[in-house]
Structure formats: structure tokens, C-alpha cells
Design a protein around this ligand. Structure first.
Ligand code: GLN
Length: 382
């Protein structure tokens, strides 16, 4: 796949990419500052999409004129209509290709396409294969990062792991060297394996149990485990082991690097549906309280921090384009899942296995971007 062959480009290419990454990062950070400011406005002024669905006659709040025009009335009927439009529009999109560097992922049905929207009060809108399970892969990184920031605080996350984009592929080794031995952020493989290693536990068994329980708490149910994907990846994850060993050499790992890589591979093999992703996203949109179970799973003070990293690095070296297009924090996984969050308003989960060259679901991005645009939900436009 392109995102792997990108590793074999010349040093000049890498430096160019890196410089490009710097520029993008600056732009992204500027956008992000606006986004964070916008967040408080959103929270303070908007009636949530799901709080007054069917009865709402006019716009749910008093947004700026251009947003108002696009947003119209966020009624249940309108949300369902846009959802259906998105599904019909992209259902037959043949773009992208299943990941194949993890052999079991190549065998997953490429036709699976499910979209789920969940509001902070637990109202669900969904269409398509919303019960089809795929492995969560990199989306799991969000929840392990959430656990680490909860246990160790935001300073630790920023200083020990990092919160900047790399501008390089998610499994880049060169990125670690270019950034002085730092993983850069918890959503590339390096920072994710590092995060896993820092979850407080007496051994790797307890570490895995805590990580899984935390993901279950975000989903509001006991998520399944994909043995086939796990065995496929665990026997073929030497590159991730190398990443973990390199970080260990820089003194950045919290536990044994190979054990942490195995636990990380486990967390990537948890099964999710678009419905699960929608609920997990809505838990962030609901400031850390799962709208289905009513249980708090992360302190509200850390929610904007995790969303900020998602905005900066959730879609890897395509994160800038995604933020430019939608203004939303999002996270993808090579299993074909994508999670986008409209802060304070909506969790969006899409599952569709074929990926683009960055390792992001093609239909997932298209469908989520379409819905965000048509419903006038870009947080940076509020
Ligand atoms: N388990 C995958 C890996 O380590 C996760 C990558 C992804 O989803 N981007 O390569």
C-alpha cells in the first residue's frame, strides 16, 4: 500500500514532507485554536441536535447567517434525510482498497457500509450495515490516550508522548528520529504503543484488561474480540516491535517494549460496528459521559485535549485536509472505521473497509464530510 511504500522514499522527499508537515502543522494549530475557542460558544449557545428533534420549527439556535442558511432546521426528518442521501450517494463508491499488510484485513467484505450518528442525549440515527463488525485498529489509540491522560494528566501527554502531527505515515520510524526520539503524538503507532506502555498496571495482563474495560465503557457494552485479526497481526508486527524498541532506547516506554506491542496489537483487534463508534463518539460529544449508560468515562477537562490531538493528527498525514474540509476532530483505523466528533453535538461512526493511500476509509470520510457539511455542523463555522 502507498502508506507503507512511502517509507522507502528518499531522504530529500522525507525532508520536504517534513517541511511541508511543519507548514501544515502551523496552519492546523491556528485552525485548532479557533476550534477550541469555538467549542465554548457551541456549548453555551446551541441546543443539541438531539434534544429537540421532531418539534423544532426553526434553527435550533441563532448561528451566524451563513451557517443558519446551511443548517436549516435540525429536525429528525432532516437528519434522516441527509443520512440517507449520504448513504445513497456513496454506497456504490468503489474508491480505495482494504488494508492488506495485515493479511486478515484483506479478507474483510469491502462492501460493508454503515453510518451511525449519536447525539449527546443518546438519540441514534443510522443506516446501512450498522451491525457489521470490523477491527477497531487505530481508533483504539484514542481510548488508550484518554486513559493515559486521565491517569497521568495533560502535561505528561504533551511532554512524554507529544501532541503534534508528524506529517509522515502512521507507522513511520524516521518520524521518531526526526523529532529527537519522540513519538510526536499518541495516534501514530509509535505514540500509541507508548501510551499502551504507560497505562498503570502491575503486568501486561492487567494493562490489557484496563484498556479493554475502558473501551467498553466508551461503547457502553462489552466489545467483542477478533481472534483472526489478532493472530494475523501479532505474528507479523516486527515493524511495531522495532518502533517500540527504538522508543525504549530513548527512554520513553513505561513498560517492556515487546509486551506493550502485544497489548497494543490486542487493543487494535477489538471489534466495533458503526453503531459502537457512534456511541463512543457521542461520549466525547457529551463531555465524557456515555449517553447510553449515563456513566462518566473521562473527566470533562480532558475531552478537549483528546479532541485537539484528533484534530491535529487523527487522520495522520491527511489530518490538515480533513480539518480544512470539516473542522472536526476525527480518527481512522485501517479496519475501515472512522469516528468524527462534532463537539457538544454529535458522534459520527462510519464503517467501510476500503482505504485511501493514507490508511483512511474512503467512503467513511466522504459520508462523514457530507453529513457535517449538509447539516451545517462544521464547528469552525459556528
Ligand atoms: N494495528 C495497526 C498497525 O499497527 C493499526 C494501524 C492503523 O489503524 N492505522 O499497523
Amino acid at each position: 500500500m502507498d502508506y507503507l511504500s512511502a517509507m522507502h522514499c528518499s531522504v530529500d522527499d522525507i525532508q520536504n514532507n517534513h517541511n511541508k508537515g511543519e507548514v501544515m502543522r502551523n496552519k492546523k494549530e491556528a485552525l485548532l485554536r479557533k476550534g477550541v475557542m469555538g467549542l465554548s460558544v457551541i456549548c453555551a449557545s446551541l441546543v443539541l441536535v438531539g434534544t429537540a428533534p421532531a418539534q423544532a420549527k426553526g434553527p435550533v439556535a441563532a448561528p451566524a447567517a451563513n451557517v443558519e442558511a446551511k443548517q436549516g432546521a435540525l429536525t429528525e426528518a432532516r437528519i434522516n434525510a441527509v443520512l440517507k442521501e449520504a448513504y445513497e450517494k456513496f454506497k456504490n463508491d468503489q474508491g480505495g482498497k482494504n488494508a492488506d499488510y495485515i493479511k486478515a484485513l484483506a479478507e474483510v467484505d469491502s462492501k460493508i457500509f454503515g453510518i451511525t450518528l449519536v447525539t449527546p442525549n443518546g438519540k441514534v440515527y443510522e443506516i446501512g450495515d450498522t451491525k457489521a463488525e470490523v477491527s477497531i485498529q487505530s481508533i483504539s489509540k484514542v481510548f488508550t490516550a484518554a486513559k493515559v491522560i486521565q491517569e497521568k494528566g495533560e502535561k505528561f501527554m504533551q511532554e512524554k508522548i507529544g501532541v503534534n502531527a508528524t506529517g509522515l505515515p502512521f507507522n513511520s520510524i524516521i518520524a521518531i528520529e526526526l523529532h529527537g526520539g519522540s513519538a510526536s503524538n499518541p495516534f501514530v503507532n509509535a505514540g500509541a504503543i507508548q501510551s499502551t506502555s504507560w497505562v498503570e498496571a502491575k503486568d501486561s495482563k492487567e494493562r490489557w484488561a484496563k484498556i479493554k474495560q475502558n473501551m467498553d465503557a466508551f461503547a457502553g457494552k462489552k466489545l467483542g474480540f477478533n481472534e483472526k485479526v489478532y493472530h494475523s497481526e501479532v505474528n507479523d508486527n516486527k515493524r511495531n516491535q522495532a518502533i517500540a524498541k527504538l522508543l525504549d532506547a530513548y527512554g520513553r516506554m513505561g513498560s517492556d517494549p515487546l509486551e506493550a506491542t502485544t497489548v497494543y496489537t490486542r487493543q487494535c483487534s477489538v471489534n466495533i460496528t458503526s453503531h459502537d463508534l457512534g456511541v463512543m463518539g457521542a461520549t466525547f460529544a457529551n463531555h465524557g459521559v456515555n449517553p447510553v449508560t449515563g456513566k462518566r468515562v473521562i473527566d470533562s477537562q480532558y475531552v478537549p485535549k483528546i479532541l485537539a490531538i484528533m484534530a491535529t493528527a487523527g487522520l495522520y498525514d491527511n489530518a490538515g485536509d480533513w480539518l480544512y474540509l470539516t473542522g472536526t476532530p476525527a480518527k481512522s483505523g485501517v479496519g475501515g472505521g472512522i469516528l468524527a466528533i462534532v463537539p457538544g453535538k454529535l458522534g459520527i461512526g462510519v464503517v467501510s473497509p476500503p482505504l485511501d493511500k493514507y490508511g483512511n476509509s474512503v467512503r467513511g470520510q466522504k459520508a462523514a464530510a457530507y453529513i457535517i457539511d449538509k447539516l451545517g455542523l462544521n464547528p469552525l463555522a459556528q
